[in-house]
Design a protein around this ligand. Structure first.
Ligand code: FES
Length: 111
């Protein structure tokens, strides 16, 4: 497939633990919202295997921003795509890591 026009890539963990904790609903919700907002040609999604952060799952990771979101659910998935609509970032109060341009940093004080 071509990535022409794609500006962001959302990795959605569908590893064993995240799946047990609702990753399928998260994946379906994110993809349904992208479709509803006609963003499929701008934001590409990929289901992944385990990202090594199972205790924080379900995990979603946004690139190129390098933001890791934890404890995703249906409501947070809807909010994420809503905020990404027309913007480059999304703060949904569930950030786990962010990238400061050099390395990943832990978000403090997030739910
Ligand atoms: S299964 Fe998702 S981080 Fe491990």
């Amino acid at each position: 497939m071509s990535l022409d026009g794609i500006s962001q890539h959302l990795l959605i963990c569908n590893g064993k633990t995240c799946t047990k904790n609702g990753a399928e609903e998260v994946t379906d919700t994110i993809r349904a919202e992208l479709k509803a907002l006609e963003l499929q040609k701008e934001i590409h999604t990929t289901k992944t295997l385990c990202n090594g952060q199972c205790i924080y799952g379900p995990i979603a990771i946004l690139y190129p921003q390098g933001i890791w979101y934890k404890k995703m659910n249906k409501a947070k998935s809807e909010e994420l795509i809503c905020q990404l609509n027309g913007k480059g970032n999304a703060h949904i109060g569930s950030e786990l890591y962010y990238h400061d341009g050099k390395t990943f940093k832990n978000h403090e004080g997030e739910k």
